[in-house]
Design a protein around this ligand. Structure first.
Ligand code: GLN
Length: 250
């Protein structure tokens, strides 16, 4: 089996709403395509050698957990930037997404340093944005897909001028409850507020991430053969319906 290396950033601090489940999905879907995922937990002072990791993953967390690790995560910025420029893929969810931007000013007014890998910053607002979310995305030209998940955040994320969002909000709050956009995409790096966990109910997106990681490892974009995914499609449909019926309302 060919090996893919995943760097799971601060798994003991940033892991709410079963975000860890995203890793389990990647491990299974990779194995069904003949790849063994070697998942490495990366914490403070982690050694990140250029080219070693094909994918980095970071989950969500409450302001308290974010504050505990933000300086240590920001200290990994040079190595993460080098890995990203080397073509490694990235998935960052909610609190992790916020800390991949330049900073997160939390509900206490504390400014937590970010990695500065994504062109954005975040400022916490009074009211939390909670509920089911449905997005329309186009990660590949002329391939419109939907992403369904769950959001719970006080942070309002502002993308820089010209930055690419992950998708258009069909139902839900998204980055700030106003712009109509959610998440951010910079090449193979994706940041999103979507929990759930996200990947079990959005298998196409799990495969897109896997394909980016395989392309980093092998140098070529793979054609992953589709899997049966009936249960995943059902989970997506239920989640999307919930979002349509009640997403984006305070
Ligand atoms: N603590 C951050 C916020 O409230 C992120 C929350 C999360 O990861 N769900 O916005």
């Amino acid at each position: 089996m060919e090996r893919l290396v995943v760097g799971h950033l601060f798994p003991d601090y940033l892991n709410i709403y079963a975000d860890r489940g995203n890793i389990a999905v990647l491990v299974r879907r990779a194995a069904w395509r003949g790849f063994q995922l070697d998942v490495q937990a990366l914490g403070a002072d982690a050694e990140i050698r250029p080219g070693e990791h094909d994918l980095f993953y970071v989950g969500g967390g409450q302001d308290r957990e974010q504050a505990l690790i933000a300086p240590a995560l920001a200290a990994l910025a040079p190595a993460l930037h080098e890995a990203f420029e080397g073509g490694a893929a990235v998935l960052a969810v909610c609190g992790g997404y916020q800390l991949l931007g330049r900073f997160y000013r939390d509900q206490s007014g504390e400014e937590q340093p970010g990695v500065g890998l994504l062109p954005l910053y975040t400022i916490a607002g009074e009211r939390r944005m909670i509920g089911d979310v449905l997005l329309e995305c186009e990660l590949e030209p002329r391939e419109r897909r939907t992403l369904a998940g769950f959001e719970n955040h006080a942070g309002r994320t502002i993308l820089d001028e010209g930055a690419e969002p992950l998708g258009r909000v069909v139902s839900g709050f998204g980055n700030d409850g106003e712009s109509g956009y959610e998440g951010c995409r910079a090449g193979r790096a994706i940041g999103t507020y979507l929990h759930g966990p996200l990947l079990p109910r959005n298998p196409w997106f799990a495969d897109w991430l896997l394909a980016q990681a395989i392309a980093h490892r092998t140098g070529t974009e793979p054609e992953l053969e589709p899997l049966e995914d009936a249960l995943e499609a059902r989970a997506h449909a239920v989640s999307a319906e919930r979002a349509r019926s009640r997403g984006g309302k305070f």
